[in-house]
Design a binder for this molecule. Structure first.
Ligand code: PMV
Length: 306
């Protein structure tokens, strides 16, 4: 019996979401404790099962058309469009929280199907397939999430759609806090596109500034200048609010993180809800920030070393 397994983890944008859709770079870090695991085995009827879905390909197309297109393309690629299979997906990545859950599904599924056919695809091939789902999910996807959910370390994702691993010269921790409200990436990406269409000069300038912040952030992070990097995160947050994707509660969580000793804080991912990410130099400080965010009603919190 054939069997295939694939997994991918969550991610947090440290700098550059949204402007990355317009060709500017972003810095994205993996959240290794949150992951999606997909298994595929032979079966005489196709059934796909996860915590929030159980059904056939036809039903998958109705609920998750991006994943349906991805699976269809994968089966065509391997010359088995009529293959029947059972796929089980286990996930502890909260969805619609700006943590890359859709990319983690796409990559885990792609890797599982590659494994099933004993195919050793490159990261670029996994990227190409996963983007079929991501482009459908986001409307227009930069591809940054897809690389980040495969990476073991923070990445600098550039406008050539390539990712460079960033090696830090210092220890640093992030605290991610889920605001408890859903962040709808496709809506946020559309809102920003509409704003940009209305005033290209103003929004174009915001994107450029975010791009410069990400470029600068790369240098600070590599050099281990965490105070400066934190300042850039907060500066990026100010611009994210200007382009219209922050909310009062996200602002409040950011403020609490800073008051609790974070070096910088910002929303992460699409926004309009979802999560924030705060930077800390030490683990004890990160734990204090986490406690304060919990007291202020954060629905979930995670600490990760970057
Ligand atoms: O909300 P998430 O985790 O899907 O992140 C979206 C990041 C954006 O820059 C807003 C979109 C993209 O395609 O990069």
């Amino acid at each position: 019996m054939n069997f295939g397994f694939g997994q991918a983890h969550a991610k947090a944008h440290l700098l550059g979401e949204h402007s990355v859709v317009y060709g500017y770079p972003a810095i994205i870090t993996p959240l290794l404790s949150l992951n999606n695991k997909a298994e595929i085995t032979d079966s005489d009827k196709t059934i796909i099962e996860s915590d929030n879905f159980s059904g056939t390909m036809y039903q998958l197309n109705y609920r998750f058309s991006g994943l349906y297109s991805l699976l269809t393309e994968l089966l065509n690629f391997f010359g088995k469009p009529d293959l029947t299979f059972r796929m089980n997906i286990k996930s502890n990545v909260p969805s619609k929280k700006g943590l890359g859950s859709s990319a983690a599904y796409a990559v885990a599924i792609t890797k599982a199907v590659f494994d099933y056919f004993d195919y050793k695809g490159s990261d670029q091939e996994i990227f190409k397939f996963s983007q079929i789902a991501e482009n459908k999910n986001h409307g227009k996807s930069s591809g940054g999430d897809t690389f980040a959910v495969m990476a073991e370390r923070p990445i600098f994702f550039d406008s050539d759609k390539d990712a460079t691993i960033l090696r830090l010269d210092a220890k640093a921790y992030i605290v991610v806090a889920d605001s408890g409200t859903a962040g709808l990436t496709s809506q946020a990406v559309k809102l920003v596109a509409d704003n940009y269409a209305k005033d290209r000069k103003k929004y174009g300038d915001y994107f450029r500034e975010m791009g410069q912040i990400a470029e600068q952030g790369r240098k600070e992070l590599i050099a281990g200048d965490l105070e400066d990097f934190g300042g850039l995160m907060s500066e990026n947050q100010r611009l994210l609010a200007q382009i219209g994707v922050s909310t009062p509660y996200l602002e409040r969580l950011n403020k609490i993180a800073i008051q609790s000793g974070a070096l910088g804080a910002k929303l992460t991912g699409g926004g309009l809800g979802g999560s924030i990410v705060a930077l800390s130099k030490t683990l004890p400080q990160a734990k204090i920030i986490e406690q304060e965010l919990k007291k202020s009603g954060a629905a979930g919190t995670w600490i990760s070393r970057i």
